[in-house]
Design a protein around this ligand. Sequence first.
Ligand SMILES: [Zn+2]
Length: 348
Amino acid sequence: MMDGAETPLRYPHTSPPVEGDAVEVADGVLWMRLPLPMKLDHVNVYALDEGESWTVIDTGFDSRRTRAVWEKLLAGPLGGKPVSRVFVTHHHPDHVGLAGWFQAAQGAELWTTRTAWLFARMLMLDEQAVPTEETLNFWRSCGMDADVLENRATERPFNFADIVAPMPLGFNRIKQGDVMRIGGRDWDVHIGNGHAPEHATFWSRDDNLVISGDQIIASISPNVGVYATEPGADPLADWLEACERLQTLARPDHLVLAGHNLPFTGLPTRMRQLIDNHHGALNRLMAHLETPRTAGECFAPLFKREIGEGEYGLALVEAKAHVSHLYQLDKIARRRREDGAWLYYVGG
Ligand SMILES: [Zn+2]
């Protein structure tokens, strides 16, 4: 039997919905976009028709602009029907940002994984005016560029509370193996990992739809990073495990509705690519570490392009994830430099 791994990716909708408008990608399933003030300048969200109301999947950042776009969507393409449920795929702010607003303003129920909810609510409460000592030490240990570190040490850091609406107490848990009724379909819940812990994906039993959040995206490889919250984590191992598990579910005709970029078919090919990308990067990294280097000195073999200032933070945590993975597999060794940075190297 063909596994479809050679089926190319296809994009049935070549142009995304314009701001405040929706595209119907399947019967009763609307695709919408919300703006993000970053290099990746949008997040996809979906609304599934429940008859008298809508179920919304992911929400965008909490900003005045995003709320205004939602007001326009609710009055326009959503036809003034209320949002009764919000499903959040993972805890990142472009996905969870307005969940609390839907709960408080519309009385919507929040459904997400326990880890996503705990992480989001914990980070909401962790507001800092400047980076904590632990964060600075973590950046130092990654070999963060000295100028970047000096600037960041005195600046207000990225704070969840700045772009996520307050989250009321209480949520509904979804977990691996659940079957959820959404938009007239039964969906199997499969949990991903690596980009975000306990990331929910939804696989329709009744047609070819997959709602994948950031676990599976076309043309960009989702960021896999290590953060100061868990400096010894190996999210790349989690990522590869999840990809290999989800790969066994993938069909060439699946229409994947992801958190960013265009809906696509050809999922078996995409799963292969997502796995291969990291193995390729790890091989290049091994060669690069014939000379001892910090995570911050590993951008070239991993990204094969110049990393701009706006991407530096994500690149650093991704580089750290890759060296950590090799280190935890015992493929490389490490030692501390005088300034606290870990130097990683082949052999030892
Ligand atoms: Zn995202």
